[in-house]
Ligand binder design. Structure first.
Ligand code: ATP
Length: 264
């Protein structure tokens, strides 16, 4: 792992992300989690799966509302598959010389394949490929990069599992969505009542396990319609902070309710 990390650091295009999250840290998104679990059976023992005639999974595209667990999922998937997580930063890929960006992408792909099995996380995919098909030098480069990426996704035989995340699918070119590129596309929405319950539980237990029993979660859930997972985490943090500053020895439902009230 150390050697792989050094390779990545030297090249400077990919980033090795430390993983601390697991599927248990995600509230809701049951279909996505179930799908990931199925893929992990294949990825954890690839040679047996191959022998059986199973094709290696290519990857998943997760689109939807910001702050609802897309990045969290990318991290948890690497943990689940027990492989390193590499993040591809499209901004870093762009070079100022002719052909440099393409060479960088080629290098990033080669690096990921050398390190495989791994998860390659492409964050904010729609931003990476913004301006495709447009006029001007910049657009031409992104169009070429995009073509290169698609071809790789299509022909990929290596154990690089791509997790791409996007906020706005409407901005993504339709070629990307057709079957054969990603195994599946998931859309993540704002959490439902049940999911909010679970998210509150995760974040309260993470920080104040001892206070969880005394907190009336259903009251919190009732007041947080339209909140994203990140918003819920935010009010939990704020509630705990203000309880601490006020010199209390435990966090109550009221502390978090107050934080919710102060959220706009
Ligand atoms: P963006 O598109 O802005 O990057 P995202 O969908 O990738 O947003 P995350 O980074 O996954 O959002 O979520 C931000 C934080 O909110 C997470 O670190 C996590 O703590 C919390 N969070 C979001 N969704 C959930 C969830 N379903 N369960 C538990 N925590 C969540």
């Amino acid at each position: 792992v150390e050697q792989k990390q050094q390779m990545i650091r030297k090249a400077g295009i990919l980033e090795m992300v430390p993983i601390s999250e697991s599927l248990e840290d995600i509230g809701g998104l049951e279909n996505l989690k179930e799908w990931m679990r199925k893929k992990s059976v294949i990825l954890r023992d690839m040679s047996r799966a191959r022998e059986f005639g199973v094709e290696l999974p290519k990857g998943v595209l997760i689109a939807g509302v910001p702050g609802c667990g897309k990045s969290l999922n990318a991290k948890a998937s690497a943990q689940l598959f027990e492989v390193p997580l590499l993040k591809l930063d499209m901004g870093r890929l762009m070079g100022k010389y002719v052909g440099e960006s393409e060479a960088n992408l080629r290098q990033a792909i080669a690096l990921a394949e050398a390190i495989a099995p791994c998860v390659l996380w492409v964050d904010e995919l729609e931003k990476a490929f913004a301006g495709i098909g447009g006029d001007g030098g910049g657009a031409e480069v992104t169009t070429r990069l995009f073509g290169q990426f698609l071809t790789w996704m299509q022909e990929k035989r290596s154990a690089v599992f791509v997790v791409a995340t996007a906020n706005d699918v409407m901005k993504l070119p339709p070629e990307l969505m057709r079957k054969g590129r990603f195994d599946e596309i998931f859309y993540v929405r704002l959490p439902t009542v049940e999911e909010r319950k679970k998210i509150f539980e995760i974040h309260i237990k993470k920080r104040r396990r001892q206070d969880y029993k005394g907190i009336d979660i259903s009251k919190l859930v009732e007041k947080t319609t339209g909140y994203s997972g990140a918003d819920i985490e935010g009010v939990v943090k704020d509630g705990i902070e203000s309880a601490y500053v006020a010199g209390k020895d435990k966090v109550s439902t009221e502390d978090i309710l107050k934080a919710i009230k102060e959220t706009h």
